[in-house]
Design a protein around this ligand. Structure first.
Ligand SMILES: Cc1cc2nc3c(=O)[nH]c(=O)nc-3n(C[C@H](O)[C@H](O)[C@H](O)COP(=O)(O)O)c2cc1C
Length: 261
């Protein structure tokens, strides 16, 4: 697969992975892609923890579950979220940004069985009234989606926890910014290498949302305090027909040409 195809075809994969481990040769290719990431002054501030054993997966699954339950209680978080959530696929495609609600959570059975219009109206009401959704969160509404994503984390063939070693700092006032940029590049290298190998990747951000949780995770895996946890990725082989859909703004909406005079 050429680079352009990998860029365009890459998707965040939120489904079940095939039930097989990542081949060592494929993993090596992904890690080699990570290795060649550019960084300011070539400081290479990243470290990757490859998690294949059930203990580590189980710990991160529990952290994810707790975090999602808490997020469902958090009115501010829900309100911010709702601005980027689309209920309807056509609306999502027209909009060209945000995410589709049903890509992120499986609706409770009562919603699945109800007439589409009624479900749509209820969901619209809940999204427009994030505070009411947080009341449902306090009543336990987050438990089902939390359990769903936690199970996916637990059952992933592989997890990669990526940290930034803040001791490997380039000179200058902008040091942190440049380090963050290179961390993003590292992650994109991983995503593209995985795509070219028929491997799907999903970011799992919920357990890294709060500083306390990030510290708990760092301590659990014995990272020194100068490491900052950046990202958790779940990884596995996918069936290509399940690649998933995505949307983007048109280039004309974000590219600007300086007027020639
Ligand atoms: C920093 C970052 C964090 C993300 N966190 C999550 C996440 O926690 N769960 C998830 O399903 N997708 C997550 N995503 C994926 C985005 O939702 C996705 O990139 C976006 O919706 C566009 O879809 P696409 O990647 O399939 O093109 C994250 C992406 C980035 C770059």
């Amino acid at each position: 697969m050429n680079v352009h195809d990998a860029i365009i075809q890459r998707r965040s994969y939120r489904g079940e992975f095939q039930n097989r481990q990542i081949d060592q040769t494929d993993l090596n290719r992904i890690l080699e892609a990570a290795r060649w990431t550019p960084s300011p002054f070539n400081v290479q501030p990243w470290e990757l923890l490859i998690i294949q054993a059930s203990e580590g997966k189980d710990f991160l699954a529990k952290m994810t579950e707790q975090a999602v339950v808490e997020q469902f209680k958090d009115a501010k978080f829900l309100e911010d979220n709702s601005q980027w959530m689309c209920l309807d696929e056509t609306e999502w495609k027209n909009r060209g940004d945000g995410v589709l609600l049903t890509d992120h959570i499986t609706l409770p059975k009562m919603f699945q069985d109800a007439p589409e219009k009624l479900t749509g109206n209820i969901l619209k009401f809940l999204l427009n009234n994030a505070k009411s959704l947080s009341i449902l969160g306090h009543l336990g509404a987050g438990k089902m989606p939390a359990n769903e994503i936690a199970t996916q984390v637990r059952e992933s063939p592989l997890l990669i926890l990526i940290t930034m070693n803040t001791n490997r700092k380039p000179p200058g006032e902008g040091a942190s910014r440049w380090m963050w940029l290179s961390m993003g590049m590292l992650i994109q290298n991983i995503l593209l290498a995985a795509t070219s190998l028929g491997i799907g990747v999903q970011f799992v951000s919920a357990p890294l949302e709060s500083e306390t949780d990030r510290e708990t995770i760092c301590n659990h895996f014995n990272f020194p305090e100068y490491h900052e946890v950046m990202t958790l990725l779940r990884i596995g082989y996918i069936d290509t027909e399940d690649e998933g859909d995505s949307v983007r703004l048109e280039t004309s909406e974000f590219v600007h040409f300086e007027n020639k005079s």
